[in-house]
Every structure is written in structure tokens, then in C-alpha cells.
Design a protein around this ligand. Structure first.
Ligand SMILES: Nc1ncnc2c1ncn2[C@@H]1O[C@H](COP(=O)(O)OP(=O)(O)OP(=O)(O)O)[C@@H](O)[C@H]1O
Ligand SMILES: [Mg+2]
Length: 245
């Protein structure tokens, strides 16, 4: 049987009285890219936050390497090797690139590998080395996204969760980010990717789930969903069709 690193089973999540997730189940196999796609407000961020321990599940189970995560505090989830790059990046704008990276390696399991992780970050993102003493807030949007991902990698994740990494970036940076995600995966990283850029996300995903108003309505291999007529109509839109003609 496939080695499932993460298993979310029938999770319900509420904001006050309002239910945001309904019996959501997903599986992330070790060494794969899993995409979570869906329209604005579908509950994608809510699911990542629930895995991270920021939101709590009212019902259901979250298993990471077989260990229950539900009811753990966010810090304890991080300590187990789940790194979440949130929507909007949340860097420390007044700290330098290097200081941000140092904070990423703060978790006990990552601290001993600081020098090695830093070298890897600079190899993956040479621009961060060039700008290592610059304030994070002075970087371009694309550079900030790279720093946010590099900071998460400094924590030596077993699972990397990326919430809309390509949002607001210029086309060239979007391409760079998707190439990077593929490269990380070739280097054995397991990635749970939330994206609005559904076309690109499905292209690189081994497995994908479609979330609609808090429910998983479809799942399958990335290329299967990419070829699905309904998905193309609902989420990829006519633009793709026009371009192909
Ligand atoms: N802190 C909160 N309090 C109350 N409701 C919330 C909160 N955060 C999200 N919601 C609601 O939960 C639902 C799911 O939101 P969520 O942010 O998870 O969607 P999303 O799929 O990430 O959307 P987007 O693509 O716009 O980022 C939405 O109806 C949203 O209004
Ligand atoms: Mg979101």
C-alpha cells in the first residue's frame, strides 16, 4: 500500500456557527505533490490552517505518519515537520533576509542543520544570497515568495504546505515558482499545494482534490483532472479554449 504521510479523515470545521469544511478527507502520499484547488472561499486556506493546528477540527481525524495531529498546538505541529507557507507570505519585513532564514531554522529538529540548510537555500535561490543583508520588506513580491519558501525549507519540513505561492506574481516569477516546486519534489519533498492557478497546479500534481463550498467534490491524478471537461469549464475557463484555437 502507498505510504500516506498525511491523512485527513472526515474533518468538519466551523467558524462560530458557520460550517466551513464538511467531512473533508484527503491523503498525501510521501514524495508526491498534492494540489488542492477550488474557487475563492471554498475552504482551501481553512484546511491548511486546520492541518497546522491554527483552526481546530470539530470532528474527524488528522494523521501524520500515523500520529494524531488534531488537538495539537500549531508549534507542536511545526515541531513534527509540517511547514506552512501562508497566504500573503508573512515575512518579518524589518528583519534581513538572513535573519528571516535563521528564524526558519529555529525549530529544534532543524537547528543542527542550519549551515547545510542555508547553503541549500542559497543554491536554490541565488538571489537571496545576493540580498542576504537586505531587509525582507525591500524585496520584490517574487523575491519575497522565494524567501517565504526558503524560510520554510530551513525548518527541514517533512511536509511543505504552500498557500497560493504564485498569487500576485508576474508571469516570469509564476514560472519560476512552479519550476521550483517541481525541483523540490524531485529532491524528495512532499508538497501540499493550494493554488488558484489551477492549470499549472494540475500539471505538476500527482494527485489533486477539488474543494467546493467546503466539500471535496472531485479527486484524481493531476493530469486526469486537467483533462476533465467539467473542471476545464468550471475552473480553467474559456480562456484556455480560446488560446488553443
Ligand atoms: N477567520 C474566519 N472567520 C470566519 N469565517 C471565515 C474565517 N476565515 C475564513 N472564513 C470563511 O470560511 C470560508 C472558507 O474560507 P477560506 O479562506 O478557507 O477559503 P479559500 O478557499 O482559501 O479562499 P481564497 O481562494 O479566497 O483564499 C469562507 O466562506 C470564508 O468567508
Ligand atoms: Mg485562501
Amino acid at each position: 500500500m502507498a505510504n500516506q504521510l498525511l491523512e485527513v479523515k472526515s474533518v468538519d470545521v466551523f467558524y462560530g456557527d458557520v460550517q466551513a469544511l464538511w467531512e473533508v478527507s484527503i491523503q498525501v502520499e510521501e514524495g508526491t505533490i498534492v494540489a488542492l484547488v477550488g474557487a475563492n472561499g471554498a475552504g482551501k486556506t481553512t484546511l491548511l490552517k486546520t492541518i497546522s493546528g491554527i483552526n481546530s477540527a470539530a470532528r474527524g481525524e488528522i494523521l501524520f505518519s500515523g500520529e494524531h495531529l488534531e488537538n495539537l498546538k500549531p508549534q507542536n505541529v511545526v515541531d513534527r515537520g509540517i511547514m506552512h507557507v501562508p497566504e500573503g507570505r508573512r515575512l518579518f519585513a524589518n528583519l534581513t533576509v538572513l535573519e528571516n532564514l535563521r528564524l526558519g531554522a529555529y525549530v529544534p529538529r532543524a537547528r543542527p542543520f542550519f549551515a547545510e540548510s542555508l547553503e541549500r537555500s542559497f543554491t536554490l535561490f541565488p538571489v537571496l544570497q545576493t540580498r542576504k543583508n537586505q531587509k525582507a520588506g525591500s524585496l520584490s513580491g517574487g523575491e519575497q515568495q522565494m524567501l517565504a519558501i526558503a524560510r520554510a525549507l530551513m525548518g527541514r519540513p517533512k511536509l511543505l504546505m504552500l498557500d497560493e505561492p504564485s498569487l500576485g506574481l508576474s508571469p516570469i516569477f509564476v514560472k519560476t515558482i512552479f519550476e521550483l516546486i517541481s525541483t523540490l519534489n524531485e529532491q524528495k519533498a512532499t508538497i501540499l499545494l493550494v493554488e488558484q492557478n489551477i492549470n499549472q497546479a494540475l500539471k505538476i500534481a500527482h494527485q489533486a482534490y477539488v474543494l467546493k463550498t467546503g466539500k471535496i467534490v472531485m479527486s484524481g491524478a493531476g493530469n486526469e483532472l486537467l483533462a476533465d471537461e467539467e473542471i476545464r469549464k468550471a475552473y480553467i475557463g474559456e480562456r484556455v479554449g480560446r488560446r488553443q484555437r
